[in-house]
Design a protein around this ligand. Sequence first.
Ligand SMILES: N[C@@H](CCC(=O)N[C@@H](CS)C(=O)NCC(=O)O)C(=O)O
Length: 276
Amino acid sequence: MALRLFDHPLSPYSQKVKIALREKGVAFEARLPTGLGSGAQNDGLGAASPRGEVPALVLETGEALFESTVLLEFIEERWPEPPLAPSTPLGRARARMIEEAMDTHYEAINWALGEIHHFGRSDGALRDQLLAGAEADLTRWYAWLEAQLGDAPWFGGEGFGWADAAVLPHLLGSEAFGLGPAPERPLGAYLARGRERPSVQAGREEIAALGTGGASLEAVRAALEAGLFKREYRDHRLEWMMRHGGLAVVQEGLDRGNIRFTEPFSADGILPGALP
Ligand SMILES: N[C@@H](CCC(=O)N[C@@H](CS)C(=O)NCC(=O)O)C(=O)O
């Protein structure tokens, strides 16, 4: 059995894992959602990720792993060459620190922007307030990231590495909403460099190839409207909405049945309505 990755091209967590696999030349089969709604978990994602989240990696033996950070660690250990982790303990700690900040904090901004721009979750004054909050937050994050980058070409120093695999998908996500780092800033120049990296470029082509097919934004939007698919509000996403006064967005999604929280794990897999 080939190495299989449950994937959605728009997921920054999936992108991170695919960048790592591609940097290491590891062949894998990307499995996109084949349908939306309760039947979709038949595809096996529910068994691979009890949270119903992408990415999840199914090994040649059939064993499955989920959580992108866990996957990145596994990939680095199983296919050590070329290394993505910096060579020193401090370098590795810094890379993980940046990854953690991006995945469990920064990501909430792009998530909220998706809720607004892709799924029309707010309008009027609330929409303006959330968009202004996202822009203000990004300005602060960009300053922090520039301080982390310093004069180096990559977050790991001279070579492309772990932290770059973690940062670039999120920056590209912000850029897609028209809020990327200014091109003349060091972080904008970094993003331009990263965009050209073949492992990153491959992911961008996968997004473009989504078109209007079954895994496209249009399909997700339709499933959401029909209440067949629920977006998952884990910790930092909920916190972001509350912090910016958008609790009504979450409440409305819960009332309409197209927002979910994370359920306790069960031996039977995930509840209907999670990502297929
Ligand atoms: N902490 C997880 C986050 C994964 C995650 O949130 N994936 C999103 C896509 S970006 C997902 O599958 N969401 C399912 C949903 O919204 O129902 C990881 O690092 O793998």
